[in-house]
Design a protein around this ligand. Structure first.
Ligand code: CO
Length: 247
């Protein structure tokens, strides 16, 4: 189902998004060499619970943790581990979902660990800018393809590849709702965007091939060629004249 949200529920979902803003304020200062992704998971879960919210991913289809931590060639859905310790030169995507006040929100950012290569910096920038340009199209009267095309156009301009086997999604009363939000598409195509539709836009951008594979743990999505990948995500409310990023 797809739900269009109106007041007072808009304030409730914004409140859910505020928890993620707090989470990422903390994450931005705490992605450091020597930290394990399992430690990050524990600290982030604590912040979520302290804010009267619940981690949305834990237990979702059996997922074992509160965050996804995807290092280097891992695209998305990396499972936090005590053995995975961040090293100088790594890039890591931290993806977090929360449930508060009856509403889900979902967001991700990719961070450098210490000093990274200029190529890795450029890849992260491509992913970040593609999310920004895509989100700006979340305005009533536009079509879904306008968002998808804006994302795709930025990634192409940078010379990278958008992943096509995973997509963004509607979000609200469920973590995953209709519509699917692909990171490629044509302007003017797809559903008409209505004020109050809430979507999670999440470009996954690969340095090499767009092809991915799922590793033997059943979750970890890695690039086929093991080149690096970056991922950003925001929960966005379609606005009458302006998109509203709430995470
Ligand atoms: Co998502």
């Amino acid at each position: 189902m797809t739900f269009v949200i109106r007041e007072p529920e808009l304030s409730q979902i914004r409140d859910s998004g505020k928890v993620l803003k707090k989470v990422f304020e903390w994450v931005g200062k705490n992605i450091l060499e020597g930290v394990s992704t399992l430690e990050l998971d524990a600290r982030i879960e604590k912040i979520i619970l302290e804010n009267q919210a619940k981690p949305a991913f834990k237990g979702y289809k059996g997922y074992p943790a509160s965050i996804c931590a995807s290092v280097n060639s891992v695209v998305v859905h990396g499972i936090p581990s005590k053995k995975e310790v961040l090293r100088n030169g790594d890039i890591v995507s931290i993806d977090v979902g929360v449930y508060k006040n009856g509403f889900f929100t979902d967001a991700a950012r990719t961070y450098p660990v210490g000093r990274i290569s200029s190529e890795a910096e450029d890849l992260i920038e491509a992913a970040r800018v593609s999310l920004k340009e895509g989100s700006e199209k979340a305005v009533a009267g536009n079509r879904l393809g306008d968002i998808s095309n804006a994302v795709q156009t930025v990634i192409k301009k940078y010379g990278y590849k958008e992943v096509r086997s995973f997509v963004g999604h509607g979000i609200g009363k469920e973590l995953h709702e209709e519509p699917e939000v692909p990171n490629w598409g044509e302007k003017g195509k797809g559903i008409l965007l209505e004020e109050g539709l809430v979507i999670a836009i999440e470009p996954m951008v690969n340095m090499g091939t767009r092809e991915v594979e799922i590793l033997s743990d059943g979750w970890t999505v890695a690039t086929k060629d093991r080149k690096i990948s970056a991922h950003f995500e925001n929960t966005v409310i379609v606005g009458r004249s302006k998109a509203e990023e709430i995470t």
